[in-house]
Design a protein. Structure first.
Length: 134
């Protein structure tokens, strides 16, 4: 299957993603925050990177930028629980999903979602990456 890096600062959420992905045959590397994710990106390559957008040290936008710098062909799935309504955004502010896509994320999912809702986007991104490399 695929080697996936998960950057998520909430340990319970990170463990739930890990268990789900392992249950369908993927190999998972955990990163406890964005800084840890960037260290792991520099040490190896992955088939897919999943990052929360709102983390301490380095946020998901920083992870996306570094992932695309180091591994430009690797798809990035961004997860956000901080989506804001258009009315809550200040003048000139982009919503987090639009900002993540602009930073290089290939897809964004808004939390909360049921765990299995994560599998369809993952499969789509992995299938797309495999098709590009074939």
């Amino acid at each position: 299957m695929a080697d996936i890096l998960i950057a998520e600062d909430n340990s319970a959420v990170r463990m739930a993603y890990r268990m789900l992905l392992i249950s369908v045959g993927h190999t998972v590397t955990d990163a406890v925050d964005g800084k840890d994710a960037i260290t792991k990106l520099g040490a190896g390559s992955f088939d897919l990177i999943i990052t929360d957008l709102w983390m301490p040290e380095v946020d998901g936008f920083g992870v996306i930028a570094e992932a695309k710098r180091l591994h430009p062909e690797t798809p990035v799935l961004a997860l956000t629980g901080g989506a804001l309504s258009a009315n809550a955004l200040g003048a000139g502010e982009m919503d987090p999903a639009t900002r993540a896509l602009g930073a290089g994320a290939d897809m964004v999912i808004e939390k909360p979602f049921l765990g299995h809702a994560l599998l369809s986007p993952i499969n789509k991104l992995l299938d797309g990456a495999r098709a590009k490399s074939a």
